[in-house]
Design a protein around this ligand. Sequence first.
Ligand code: PLP
Length: 456
Amino acid sequence: MKTIFEPFRIKMVEPIRMTTREERLAAIEQAGYNPFLIPAEKVLIDLLTDSGTSAMSTDQWAAMIKGDEAYACARSWYAFESAVKDITGFAHVIPTHQGRAAERLLFSVIAKEGMVVPSNTHFDTTRANIEHRGCRALDFVVPGGEDPEVIADFKGNMDIARLEECIKTNGTEKIPVVMLTVTNNATGGQPVSMENIRQTRAVCDRYGLPLFLDVARFAENAWFIKMREPGFADRSLKSICQEMFSYADGCTMSAKKDALVNIGGFIALNDEKLAVGLKNMLILTEGYATYGGLAGRDLEAIAQGLKEVVDEDYMRYRIHTVASLAERLNQANIPIFNPPGGHAVYLDARRFLPHLPPEQFPGQALVAELFIEGGIRAVEIGSVMFGYWDADGRFVGAPNELVRLALPRRVYTSSHMDYLVEVVVELHARRHQVRGLKFRYEAPVLRHFTSTFDRV
Ligand SMILES: *Cc1c(COP(=O)(O)O)cnc(C)c1O
């Protein structure tokens, strides 16, 4: 059979309350055309993020009921620790309440002012935590990695030559760690090949530098390796994950992605001395070393989620959902970022709305129209997020004007995707009528979260 269907039954449902176009128009106007300010109840299909929005399984809920809430060395801690060790192979595990807490902890211990942290591409919270320490976060993604029209298997890869150049220029004493984000979230969830992980490891070995992976989507990355990289087709998804981790000295994890839970994260690593330092900081800000800001039941849900995410039926369905959505949009001549990555499809708003210049925020305008047209909530990754005014007061747009349709894990069915495609196609047909936006209120930092807009 060719049809790939959701490998689960639904035994608990959350009703979606239908809305009218008029209601949605009023809601978006009131939200200042900012999707973060729309009440979730007014959204029909919520594709704002795949972070913390997963549906948990019966086994995860059952594990939560069994959660042991003892303060120290709870049974749930051991379940969590052994699940993390089983998949990562690292010797020390440090729980945190989410990914950025893991990053803050790591960089507060290893990064000193003036240092440099290279990566394929840092995720924005990673970058912010590095810069907060007075360090520079540098991105060395392979050429074409950020081009929505370049077709390649592993567009998330590190540019090894530029990494090595960076190490030579700055000197190893200036570099506390080399990072590799798998999949590469900031460039569209594009995968990183095993070969590239090995090559990055080889450079780190040559210069005596530690390698940490940012593994929010490690299992999605492993699936792409299985599907695309020679020699991996017959390997189990779990063993590919384990091999990825084997080349690193440690990792930071946002469990809100590939651990299939609503909250949580961790650091796992081999260096005992560093682990002790991290645990001391953890106790200061997050909680005791065996819970790190999480409840026992959260630790249980993560432990179970880490087992479920390497289930191949699940991952085949997961990646197929994204790929088939992208394929249908491509067939309808909708401009998207190709090929799709693991967790989202990105509309290319520059080509979708070519009549809107960057200072009229084509991505944000498209986000607003998706909501008005079909109650779909997406997020702009373009000039609202990354544009700026130069010294002469001219607006400099972002390199890409993208709209991310992130797919929560195990939440929506293929009929929801049918509806989504219909809305996008409908909108594309009347794209010439879409008007641009201008700031009503421009937030001074992290503009996309709280700024508001009016129609031009
Ligand atoms: C989400 C994410 C983070 C941050 O994790 P939070 O749980 O949101 O704090 C870090 N890196 C990557 C690649 C992510 O996708």
